[in-house]
Design a protein around this ligand. Structure first.
Ligand SMILES: NC(=O)c1ccc[n+]([C@@H]2O[C@H](COP(=O)([O-])OP(=O)(O)OC[C@H]3O[C@@H](n4cnc5c(N)ncnc54)[C@H](O)[C@@H]3O)[C@@H](O)[C@H]2O)c1
Length: 442
């Protein structure tokens, strides 16, 4: 395939060399004459393991050339990868000047080219940039719509400096954001040989995913470092703690807990966070990320309340049926349950609340939880109902706080178009729900 690459920094130079190595004819474009000169003379413009040898080989093969002429690069290729830098501005916003300037030039070159051209944005871009800014810009300049003179997609880059050739050859996955079949099949032809899964998404999802992959890495590093600071103060070896923590592939290094839902609670997480926060405070150890976890959880908890308050204020809806009270399905444990907290807040806001929880059926309860309800939250105990159907029939707003299949089936059968359903558990098949559906944060 004839390929052009715009921006020959870490991402662009590695792509240039690897695509050339894989037998493609590649034209590299950059505004920096030093980089162009280095590549022309067979040298790598970046310090990176394996690049000096690879660059010397591919340049000698004659399969890659470099230029600063955008129109020439567009005319002589079928597909372009945009890898220009998108650094931070001083206020934290993304500096998109390079990508905007280049897109304008690409549009002009495509407008005067006779055959269709594919543009693949690989620079990290704020979600929405491609569809709201770059495609309209290209459409205006080329006086055509996407799919006519040009196709666009977004393919996030996941390589890491220091191991970028290896990462290029073994990415975690290949993500193609976009709806163009032409672009998709071109990229499949280029990257299908890679030993990873190929996923297709819309453009904004692909743009967003790139950010949250990097942010997740940052959070992981910060977590390990905050653990280390606290461990040091506790005279415990943080390396051993983290190494063992990582050995748990069921709950720790796994998809467990990685699905958006409602706030966490229960008898362990909040209390153990608080205890470690206290240890840190006592020892003057500053752990900003861990110290803010409970606050973030509270913000998430309040989101349900805010939505319900809006419906009350805007539409006068007051009758709320809450399905679930314990902190998760399959337990009657009410300690620090976010659904107990939500119920208390709803009562405080003057809502007419009824609650159903199959595990917290007052007549069956024994021991600590019965005592807890009777002594600590009798006002909530009085709102517990035994008949889910009757409770649902009577509500303006139904909150689904537990994900048991049997409960969801009953809600699905009974819910009416005049009722609002607030989903805290990411209900499956929600497209089939015959009601006014709202997800908590989706
Ligand atoms: N560095 C990484 O490891 C990495 C990994 C994944 C994604 N990314 C993303 O990829 C993008 C590129 O990152 P990088 O580290 O390679 O950047 P970089 O700063 O190393 O290189 C960018 C290159 O673009 C060139 N350029 C600027 N304007 C141009 C124009 N109009 N035409 C042609 N070239 C132009 C610059 O001269 C420079 O050589 C960024 O959005 C970055 O966030 C980087």
């Amino acid at each position: 395939m004839r390929i052009s690459i715009f921006g020959l920094g870490y991402v662009g130079a590695v792509s240039l060399a690897c695509l050339g190595r894989d037998g493609h004819e590649v034209i590299g474009v950059d505004i920096d004459p030093t980089k162009l000169e280095l590549i022309r003379s067979g040298r790598s413009p970046i310090i990176e393991a394996g690049m000096p040898e690879l660059m010397a080989n591919v340049v000698a093969s004659g399969r890659i050339i470099v230029t600063d002429d955008v129109a020439e690069a567009i005319n002589q290729t079928d597909i372009s990868f945009v890898c220009v830098g998108t650094p931070s501005q001083t206020n934290g916003d993304q500096d998109q000047r390079a990508v905007l300037r280049l897109t304008e030039q690409l549009g002009k070159a495509i407008a005067s080219k006779g055959t269709p051209h594919t543009i693949v944005f690989r620079s990290t871009l704020i979600p929405g940039t491609v569809e709201k800014t770059l495609i309209p810009m290209l459409e205006q300049i080329t006086d055509s719509t996407q799919g006519e003179h040009f196709d666009v997609c977004f393919q996030p880059e996941f390589l890491r400096e220091g191991s970028s050739i290896k990462d290029y050859d073994q990415p975690p996955f290949t993500i193609i954001g976009g709806s163009s079949e032409r672009a998709f099949s071109q990229l499949q032809a280029l990257f299908d040989h890679l030993p990873c899964e190929f996923h297709r998404t819309d453009i904004a999802t692909a743009e967003t995913l790139k950010y949250f992959c990097n942010i997740f890495h940052a959070v992981k590093i910060t977590f390990a470092n905050e653990v280390a600071r606290l461990c040091e103060a506790l005279s415990v070896d943080p390396h051993q703690v983290m190494a063992l923590l990582c050995q748990d592939r069921q709950l720790n290094i796994s998809p467990a807990y990685m699905k958006p839902g409602y706030a966490f609670g229960g008898s362990c997480l909040p209390k153990d966070l608080r205890a470690m926060q206290f240890q840190a405070k006592q020892r003057d150890v500053i752990i900003p990320m861990l110290s803010h976890v409970l606050h973030s959880n509270e913000v998430h908890l309040n989101r349900a309340l805010d939505k319900i308050r809006d419906w009350r204020n805007d539409h006068g809806l007051r009758r709320v049926a809450q399905v679930g009270l314990s902190f998760k399905s399959g337990t009657d444990d009410l300690r620090e349950s976010p659904l107990v907290e939500l119920a208390e807040q709803l009562i405080g806001k003057g809502m007419e609340l009824e609650i159903f929880d199959p595990e917290v059926n007052l007549s069956n309860l024994i021991g600590a939880n019965k005592r807890f309800i009777e002594e600590s939250i009798p006002h909530i105990g009085r709102l517990m109902r035994n008949d889910l159907g009757a409770m649902l029939a009577n509500a303006d707003i139904v909150i689904v706080g537990l994900g048991d299949k049997e409960l969801l089936d009953i809600v699905r059968q009974q819910i009416r178009p005049d009722q609002i359903l607030l989903d805290l558990v990411n209900m499956p098949d929600r497209g089939q729900l015959n009601c006014n559906y709202h997800g908590l944060a989706w």
